[in-house]
Design a protein around this ligand. Structure first.
Ligand code: KG4
Ligand code: ZN
Length: 349
């Protein structure tokens, strides 16, 4: 069965088609350029861009897969977390496709989608595995068993900023364009990571080995920039990238060895970072751990990853979403499938 996946949680409109774990085609449109002059994503602009891009992006994904809309057997859509207005466009589109085609609809968690992206390259993930999710809004170390059936256990999360947020905010201070992560990655090529001493937060002997904190690192980098008469941007970029990659990979490898788990999966936008990838490879090899990182184009937001998790749910015989499926902008990551959270009764006044 062909699953159409739709993603619209932030500034990327994505559509992907997956059958039995195989990516058949995908397309992505981004409103990134429209946000660049504001230094960050403007929710209303993102939502409007999704409205314009949605149908053409779905059409393009189908064309690339050599499929027609009538070939689609199920639709999966990101229902959260993300920007409410942006998510709503994807959910409305997914409902329209599902109901007009008469096929089941699945609401999925955006971060579970990121995890599923790793299955499109190299097949099913071993059960269990440790997953490091590093995106613009989230940084977590997870213990994942059967992604479509089992609850997802959080070994640790960030106490403040996400890793991607740290890249984006420091990039801004350095005068680099939005999105900051790729800009820092590029600038760092000409820099010396040892030129600026930056802290490695929560890596002391008494710290939580799996928790993260990036706001102090962001502040330390910003202080260094302020203290320089003419800060050499490549050095700051290289030092920040090194600090983030060091902390992320150190903790992820530690989680694997502590739990006796042989596979580390690194996903999310920051998994596209060249130093994160290189250091993860180096440290996993040294510790005898297998590493799975999706190809670059599947690390940042896309529709293929949503189709991938939808395909896993379909094959696991999961219950489709009810007709009243709606967005959940702050959905916690507990299960891959998102069903409407019960609304707690409002206290009477
Ligand atoms: O997963 P993603 O595309 O969207 C969210 O779900 O948040 O992640 C976006 C984040 C942004 O913070 C962006 O700066 C970061 O991923 N990012 C990178 C790189 N490419 C994207 N960070 C560091 N290096 C990169 N090459
Ligand atoms: Zn994402």
């Amino acid at each position: 069965m062909v699953v159409l996946g739709i993603e619209s949680s932030c500034d990327e409109t994505g559509a992907g088609l997956v059958r039995d774990g195989q990516l058949l085609g995908q397309a992505v449109a981004s409103s990134m350029d429209e946000h660049a002059r504001y230094g960050g994503v403007v929710p209303e602009i993102a939502a409007r861009a999704h409205v314009h891009a949605m149908a053409p992006v779905v059409r393009e994904a189908l064309d690339r897969a050599g499929l027609a809309l009538a070939d689609v057997g199920a639709v999966a859509v990101t229902t959260g977390p993300g920007l409410a207005g942006a998510l709503q466009v994807g959910v409305a589109a997914a409902k329209s496709y599902a109901f007009s085609l008469g096929v089941p609809l699945y609401g999925v968690h955006h971060l579970a989608g990121h995890v599923a992206a790793a299955t499109l390259d190299g097949g099913p993930l071993p059960n269990p595995c440790v997953v490091l999710i590093v995106s613009g809004g989230h940084t977590s170390l997870l213990l994942v068993r059967d992604l479509a059936r089992d609850p997802i256990a959080h070994l640790g999360d960030t106490l403040d900023d996400a890793a991607g947020e740290c890249f984006d905010k420091v990039a801004r201070v350095l005068g680099l364009p939005y999105p900051g992560g790729p800009a820092i990655d590029r600038a760092a090529r000409d820099g010396d990571p040892a030129a600026v001493r930056l802290p490695r937060p929560l890596t002391g002997p008494h710290d939580d080995p799996y928790a993260f904190s990036f706001s102090g690192l962001k502040t330390a980098a910003a202080r260094w920039v302020e203290a320089q008469r003419a800060p050499y941007v490549p050095d700051a970029a290289a030092a920040l990238q090194e600090a983030i990659a060091d902390v992320l990979t150190r903790k992820a490898v530690r989680a694997c060895t502590d739990h006796g788990i042989g596979t580390l999966v690194v996903v999310g936008g920051v998994a596209a970072n060249s130093r994160v990838r290189a250091l993860a490879e180096q440290r996993c090899a040294a510790a005898g751990i297998a590493l799975r990182v999706p190809p670059l184009r599947l690390c940042t937001d896309n529709g293929a990853m949503v189709a991938a998790i939808g395909d896993l749910l379909v094959r696991a015989g999961a219950e489709p979403a009810p007709a009243e499926l709606s967005v959940d902008p702050s959905a916690p990551l507990e299960y891959a499938a998102l069903t409407p959270r019960p609304v707690s009764p409002q206290p009477s006044r």
